[in-house]
Design a protein around this ligand. Structure first.
Ligand SMILES: [Fe+2]
Length: 475
């Protein structure tokens, strides 16, 4: 009698651990802000400039093509343009390859930027460590990065997810915790420096942010998406353009995915197809972003990239009182596609707290239907808000009560997420809270892939391996 009871208890425990759709969500009571939400002073060592005349600073890299065989290396020279050349190779101090980049600069009201360099290193080998060198003479600096494995359904890979980072001591804590996780690439969900919170949008705070995050992003790519703090539309200063600092400083490989804007694009990396959207660019029917997304979704091949991940800034599902429903117009435009193509996860920021949804959809809603509440939907993505990087605006601690049924877990603390893609069927996911300076894994989920874990095509293929089976139907 005891053994069956024990089995039952163990089974129940496993079921509770792994089930993704249960009836009620959880609101954590843990709220802690260990450091004041003020920015680190500009003269602090965290923002120190490298030694040497006109030495390259704010070094950052991102993926430079569609499939991970290219890297864009970017940096800023503050005094004069300097060289745009990158020396690189597979052995330290032996740079047998070189690439020539270009430089640009911009002004914003009274601020004049340094010389911003972008250099594409292409034709790289997968799964390879490269060393690179920028600058000349005593001012030269050396870094390294590792290319991802070839795009393949079972290529394991670890992503970090960070949003709304800013430049406080909480931001630094998030960054340092992430760097200990073994994450190989950051999916950044918008709101970088918060320079626009300063008088006249002080561009020096873009520079200090670049120096703060260099400790990670010089060594591994961050996949960028833009938030509202990147818009910087300031007509009272005579600044009518949008995203000027962001676009000049943070290049993206948008042309490789046939996008006409650096603000929305896609990359494939290991077993993931990552789609970046812009919450603050036109996206209604017939706009370039809408047309581009429709075509990009048709390119997704779950046989090669089982994990379909979408990034944006304003969340489509979130139950915080702050920024509530700001993603609603994009949800109305795109949710039907996200469900149709069985997107695995949608990561967003904007709300300065953490929240994870169940798989829900609200695609039957129309103005007259009366169906106006999200319903459980196995084809729907999980929506995750990670706007808790730690910027100077502080936490959004006022959640709506009662907790909506679509909300699985929510907590107003600083932190970041780590997503470990193990193979085509399983991924381990963790949200890691900054807790008194320690990193504490707090929300752990095992994700089953939306295509491979429950797909009749997969079962058919297993039974009849020679049978030709169509990929997911195009929409
Ligand atoms: Fe935001």
């Amino acid at each position: 009698m005891r053994i069956p009871l024990l089995c039952l208890l163990v089974r129940s425990f496993i079921l509770l651990c792994f089930v993704e759709i249960v009836l009620s969500g959880f609101t954590s009571s843990f709220i802690r802000s260990e450091w004041p939400s003020t920015d680190i002073p500009l003269d602090s060592p965290e923002f120190s400039t490298p030694e040497g005349y006109n030495a390259p600073q704010q070094v950052h890299i991102t993926q430079g093509d569609y499939d991970g065989k290219a890297v864009i290396v970017s940096w800023v020279n503050m005094i004069e343009p300097g060289s745009s050349e990158v020396l690189y190779g597979k052995l330290k101090n032996q740079y047998n390859l070189s690439a020539q980049g270009t430089h640009t600069n911009y002004t914003f009201y009274k601020y004049r930027s340094g010389y911003i360099h972008h250099c594409l290193l292409s034709g790289l080998e997968h799964n390879t460590k490269y060393y690179y060198k920028i600058g000349t003479g005593n001012s030269a600096r050396e870094f390294w990065f590792e290319t991802p494995p070839e795009v393949d359904a079972d290529a394991s890979y670890t992503f970090g997810i960070i949003g709304d980072l800013g430049q406080t001591y909480n931001s630094l804590s998030t960054l340092e915790h992430y760097m200990k996780t073994g994450g190989q690439t950051v999916l950044f969900v918008g709101d970088l420096s918060y320079a626009d919170r300063y008088h006249d949008n002080d561009g020096n705070r873009w520079d200090s942010w670049g120096r703060l995050v260099e400790r990670s992003v010089a060594y591994q790519p961050w996949i960028w998406s833009a938030g509202n703090h990147e818009i910087e539309y300031k007509p009272h200063l005579g600044e009518f353009s949008t995203f000027r600092a962001y676009i000049h400083r943070y290049a993206t490989p948008h042309v490789a995915s046939k996008s006409n804007s650096p603000l929305w694009y896609a990359v494939r990396r290991a077993s993931a197809h990552i789609i970046v959207l812009s919450s603050y660019s036109p996206f209604v029917k017939y706009t370039p972003q809408w047309l581009w997304l429709r075509e990009e979704l048709k390119q997704v091949d779950r046989e090669k990239t089982p994990w379909l991940i979408v990034l944006m800034h304003a969340p489509l599902y979130n139950s915080n009182g702050v920024h509530y429903m700001e993603g609603e117009s994009m949800r109305a435009a795109f949710e039907r596609w996200l469900v149709h193509y069985k997107v695995d996860m949608v990561f967003a920021g904007h709300v300065h707290a953490y929240e994870r949804s169940y798989r829900v959809s609200n695609i039957n809603y129309n103005i007259t239907s009366g169906n106006r509440y999200p319903v459980p939907d196995k084809s729907a993505p999980v929506y995750i808000t990670v706007g808790d990087g730690g910027n100077q605006e502080g936490l959004a601690s006022r959640f709506l009560e009662p907790q909506p049924e679509y909300s699985a877990f929510r907590e107003a603390s600083y932190g970041h997420s780590v997503l470990e893609l193990k193979n085509r069927t399983h991924a381990f996911y963790n949200w890691i809270r900054n807790d008194d300076g320690k990193s504490v894994p707090t929300d752990h989920v095992v994700f089953h892939n939306q295509y491979w874990a429950s797909n009749t095509r997969r079962r058919l293929k297993k039974k009849q391996p020679n049978r030709q089976i169509n990929l997911i139907a195009t929409y």
